[in-house]
Design a protein. Structure first.
Lengths: 386, 364
């Protein structure tokens, strides 16, 4: 047993950190430090900077244009981005649709989409959830009916993160209304959001920001070459997508950044510092849990149900950190501010994001499989309870 | 980075697992505890024969020269089987203090007695003792409370002033009041009134710190083993106990509580591994931070797992005859021994935690 990273892994960590330090636009970095949301142009610019270095798509296989990271390198890379903090590669492009196209796409689809997806020439939105299909995703009702060499798609999607920035949406549609099981009649379809019949409507969230959207599809004619995998086999693609990107799911680096902010704000406030210590103790141990699972994942692509353990504890600690930030800031955090406010001094803490981020972080235990869904997974797969 | 056991470590695990499986089924434990010294003399002898008392000490001191991972393997088995034998107080605590802090000749002689199992030793971690030079020797006056394993110790390691001192239990001026502890084992309160020692009894104080760190690591392993066993027992119960015509484990509320237990059990296992691997760390501040974090997490997870195990068992969980009530008491005790959770968090905060307040990209 050995906790240490290899000399090569340590060198890689230093390289990543130096690259971020030297190449991340200072304004983008300042916004990230403040907990503000960078603009579309800033996010795209950073993604392209990473792409030029070959690091934009850490989880992609090499033949699809990925950097060929080991699971440990991938973890180190994401951890450095989270701690910096720098924008993560756009998850819709990099963690979700990219690996799906690499695994299930036709040669033509790979040719058409992969490089553009890595360079964010195409910004993807995720079109999974519907008003009646949240945790029970397979209950989705958006329908696609075949008409010649098109699918005619109608339905109502919800919670599309950043869809107002997006060019395309990968989506789940029902292509067989008569299938014996609801998982069986679903297909995975790519939709150009500029097509007639697509309407995107903003949803303003608890943080006062516009990040998520509703997408209405009204008789949208989608060419059949935009089907990924086989018709009615979209659920297999979805399962692959949902289990694919688990590395760094605990988001320990993000929580460390929040801990740094809490400490700056708390000063010598012993009550807060004691709570921070409790959080840091658990976070340190979660890091070991993360490394144990990474070690077990080496050389295996199988989904590890212990990822649910990481998500549960990781989210709990991140939410706790956001709560401590609120406590450390006190009522001054209640002043309503805007992400567009002028940036302050480089080393001054900006309180404007604390309350909004505390609110929106509640969603972290809901999206990507709610904590209750994760507990059910743990109980069934790891404890054999059913 | 690697979390696998070596072949030797796997063999060690097999032999300690076998010992616990054969000698410590739960229905034998009460008999072991009823023996005069509160543990099984026969099992203690077997542990000595297996080399467990020699395990952590340098070969130059007559030990096996093994490390934190081996002690973790032993600790987990001890926790799972709720063993009562005095490995922690005599070997891990007092033994480590002597090994690191006594003059080599003294250490060799004392450890030989401890490793043989003939001499039981104990280390005081809650002592207020004054040391004064007196007539060519040192005079010790004061008290020590809840000295683990002190109820049957022949030898004490007692911190006083800028050192710690090896004091025989029958030293004139030393009064020992021994008693049994909730959660297993025993302890003693000591009163020292003009106890005299000489320079050969001196132990350097950093050795006591090392011993307490080794003790926390052992407790962490013990807790991790006990928690895993408590969870396994609970899950078995959820699958077999029927109410309202079905296994109670089909209820989602109970499934989720069990899942929450597993999250904490995995954290406890990680804490034990962290403690085992950090034991060899040369930076004392890093060891101090890590030890505080490990003990705090063990205390918190242990409490949650123990309480949940009883809750999921229902009434039978609070009965003396059910093993869960014993895991509960042992885990509660572990949380309180060698510095409770609040004390550890206070310490971790004073040490600055793991993350500074400086921006990550500016840090080295």
């Amino acid at each position: 047993m050995d906790l240490r990273f290899t000399a090569e892994e340590e060198a890689f960590r230093r390289d990543v950190r130096a690259f971020i330090r030297d190449n991340l636009d200072p304004v983008t970095h300042h916004k990230m430090l403040d907990g503000r949301t960078p603009s579309k142009a800033e996010i795209v610019a950073w993604q392209r900077t990473l792409n030029a270095r070959g690091w934009a798509t850490p989880s992609w296989p090499k033949e699809a244009g990925g950097p060929g990271f080991s699971v440990v390198e991938r973890y180190i890379f994401l951890d450095e981005l989270h701690q910096a903090p720098a924008p993560e590669p756009i998850s819709f492009n990099v963690s979700m649709i990219g690996p799906v196209l690499a695994a299930f796409g036709t040669a033509a689809q790979k040719e058409r989409f992969l490089a553009a997806t890595a360079n964010i020439d195409i910004w993807w939105a995720q079109g999974f959830s519907e008003p009646g299909a949240g945790s029970d995703l397979a209950a989705l009702r958006t329908s696609a009916r075949r008409d010649g060499d098109h699918y005619v798609v109608s339905g109502h999607k919800i919670w599309q993160g950043m869809a107002h920035h997006a060019d395309w949406m990968f989506t789940l549609v029902r292509t067989d209304q008569q299938a014996p099981k609801k998982q069986m009649g679903i297909s995975f379809l790519l939709i150009d959001l500029r097509l007639p019949g697509v309407t995107i409507r903003p949803i303003v969230t608890i943080d006062g920001r516009h990040e998520v959207n509703e997408v209405f599809l009204d008789e949208v004619r989608v060419p059949v070459d935009c089907l990924v995998g086989e018709e009615n086999k979209g659920w297999d693609v979805t399962k692959f997508l949902l289990s694919n990107e688990r590395t760094g799911i605990a988001r320990i680096g993000m929580t460390k950044h929040l801990v740094r902010r809490v400490k700056r704000l708390a000063g010598a406030d012993e009550a807060v510092l004691r709570k921070v210590a409790a959080l840091e103790a658990e976070l340190k141990i979660l890091e070991i849990t993360q490394l144990r699972i990474l070690d077990a994942q080496r050389g295996s692509n199988a989904a590890d149900p212990r990822s649910s353990v990481l998500k549960l504890k990781g989210v709990e600690l991140r939410q706790a950190a956001s709560e401590l930030l609120l406590e450390a800031a006190g009522p001054a955090a209640l002043e309503i501010a805007s992400d567009e406010d002028p940036l302050g001094e480089d080393d001054a803490e900006w309180l404007g994001s604390i309350m909004p981020n505390y609110g929106i972080l509640r969603a972290a235990s809901i999206y990507g499989g709610s904590s209750e869904v994760q507990k059910t997974i743990v109980a069934k797969t790891l404890l054999g309870l059913s | 980075m690697n979390f696998d056991y070596s072949d030797d470590q796997r063999m060690l695990k097999d032999s300690i697992d076998r010992l616990v499986g054969e000698r410590y089924p739960f229905d034998k434990r009460a008999d072991h505890g009823a023996e005069p010294r509160g543990f099984s003399e026969a099992v203690w002898r077997e542990m000595v024969e297996l080399g467990l008392t020699m395990l952590p000490f340098e070969e130059s001191l007559g030990g096996l020269g093994l490390g934190g991972v081996e002690m973790m393997i032993v600790g987990e088995a001890v926790g799972r089987g709720l063993l009562l034998e005095p490995l922690l107080p005599s070997v891990v605590l007092a033994g480590t203090a002597i090994a690191y802090g006594a003059a080599p000749a003294v250490a060799e002689a004392q450890l030989a007695a401890i490793m043989s199992g003939e001499t039981l030793a104990a280390l005081a971690d809650r002592a207020t003792i004054a040391a004064h030079a007196d007539a060519g020797g040192i005079r010790l006056d004061g008290r020590a409370a809840v000295v683990l394993g002190g109820d049957h110790a022949e030898l004490f390691v007692l911190p006083a002033g800028d050192s710690a001192w090896i004091v025989p239990a029958d030293a004139p001026g030393l009064a020992v009041r021994g008693y049994r502890l909730h959660g297993g084992g025993g302890a003693a309160d000591l009163t020292l009134d003009g106890v005299r020692v000489d320079e050969t009894a001196r132990i350097a104080l950093p050795a006591v710190t090392r011993a307490l760190e080794a003790g926390v690591a052992f407790l962490a392993a013990e807790a991790a083993g006990a928690m895993r066993a408590a969870l396994d027992t609970t899950v078995d119960y959820l699958k077999t106990r029927e109410q309202f015509g079905k296994a109670i484990g089909t209820n989602q509320a109970l499934q989720h509580r069990a899942a929450e237990m597993l999250v904490e059990v995995e954290q406890a296992a990680s804490a034990a591994i962290f403690a085992a691997l950090v034991a060899g760390e040369t930076d004392a501040a890093e060891r101090a931070r890590s030890t505080a974090a490990v003990k705090a997490v063990i205390g918190k997870t242990g409490r949650f797992v123990a309480q949940s195990a009883i809750q999921l068992h229902g009434g039978i969980g609070v009965s003396q005859e059910h093993v869960i009530s014993h895991y509960f008491r042992r885990l509660t005790a572990i949380g309180m021994l060698l510095g409770g959770t609040d004390a550890q968090l206070k310490r971790l905060a004073a040490l600055g935690g793991f993350t500074g307040s400086e921006q990550h990209l500016r840090a080295a």
